[in-house]
Design a protein around this ligand. Structure first.
Ligand SMILES: [Zn+2]
Length: 303
């Protein structure tokens, strides 16, 4: 007997066992400028590593998605949208969703509330210029929400966020009067933990083989499938778009499609499905209020 380990899952469309969105964060050279604000033009080798994204990885990944007949979500900083117009055109031509990922990848919790709002609005404008519509969703650069982020997102009419690791299935962020859908992921499904080895970032981790990563991804997918959860990746084209890893993605998608009962959807489709269930009274998720604490522990609090 399989124990039921998720009690709060929504019903997925057409009786699907789980929802899958292979989402990518297309950071490009924003990471070079953030890490080396004064010497970025001299960081040629590092920049070349990130320019692999628009030049090689993105067309390859889009080809894989097209071959599997799926449309997914790309979180793209506004700066990259302005910098890589051909890539953006390919993403839109494939019917994929472009969602917000900051403007130049500043971390919201390192910004003032005003600067955070300015970055948010600049990113919205970049997406609106290329797609004709405001983005429905947001993933904070490096996941780093500030205490103000949710309120900014609600002010700007966002429908969902996908930055927090607070559940296995969608839930709400907000208050008694307004909310957006959180579509959680987890560091387990972030490819930095498998494939990133970036000495310039002080990040010297052993690199996993594609087969080791595939094994972990399959374990996460199979569990989501058994318990009606979600499988939402945080992958980066400069890492997962490399040749042998791209082959692994093709294998993983084939495995999912052969298993069946999988709802491949964009993040906005998942969020709208969830909102529809809530509005119809068919599903009642929990709500998290941000910030979780009003301040530091009072002085004198026993340690
Ligand atoms: Zn990012």
């Amino acid at each position: 007997m399989t124990l039921k380990l998720i009690d709060s899952a929504p019903q997925w469309p057409n009786g699907a066992r789980c929802a899958v969105c292979i989402s990518f964060d297309v950071d490009g050279e924003t990471l070079v400028h953030r890490r080396f604000p004064d010497s970025a033009p001299d960081q040629v080798a590092l920049a070349a590593q990130f320019r692999y994204e628009p030049a090689v990885a993105m067309p390859r990944l889009l080809k894989i998605f097209a071959a599997h007949g799926i449309r997914q979500t790309f979180f793209i900083p506004g700066w990259c949208i302005d910098r890589y117009p051909e890539t953006i055109e390919q993403v839109l031509d494939g019917g994929h969703e472009i969602a917000h990922h900051g403007y130049a990848h500043a971390r919201p919790n390192m910004q003032t509330p005003e600067a955070e709002r300015e970055s948010l609005q600049a990113g919205i404008e970049a997406i609106r210029r290329v797609s004709g519509a405001r983005p429905a969703g947001y993933r904070a650069p490096a996941f780093q929400h500030s205490r103000h982020t949710i309120s900014h997102l609600l002010d700007e009419g966002f429908e969902y966020d996908s930055s927090l690791f607070g559940d296995d299935v969608p839930y709400l962020l907000g208050d008694d009067t307004r909310s957006l859908i959180e579509l959680p992921t987890d560091i387990t499904l972030d490819d930095w933990t498998k494939f990133a080895c970036l000495p310039d970032f002080g990040y010297m981790m052993p690199i996993a083989s594609p087969s080791a990563a595939l094994e972990m991804y399959k374990a996460e997918f199979e569990a989501a499938w058994r318990h009606n959860g979600m499988f939402v990746t945080v992958w980066h084209p400069f890492l997962s778009g490399r040749l042998a890893r791209a082959e692994m993605i093709d294998q993983l998608l084939s495995h999912m499609q052969q298993k069946g009962g999988v709802w491949f959807a964009t993040m906005s489709e998942i969020a709208r499905h969830c909102r529809g269930l809530i509005d119809a009274g068919a599903w009642k998720p929990r709500t998290d209020r941000i910030p979780f604490s009003a301040g530091p522990l009072p002085s004198g609090t026993p340690g």
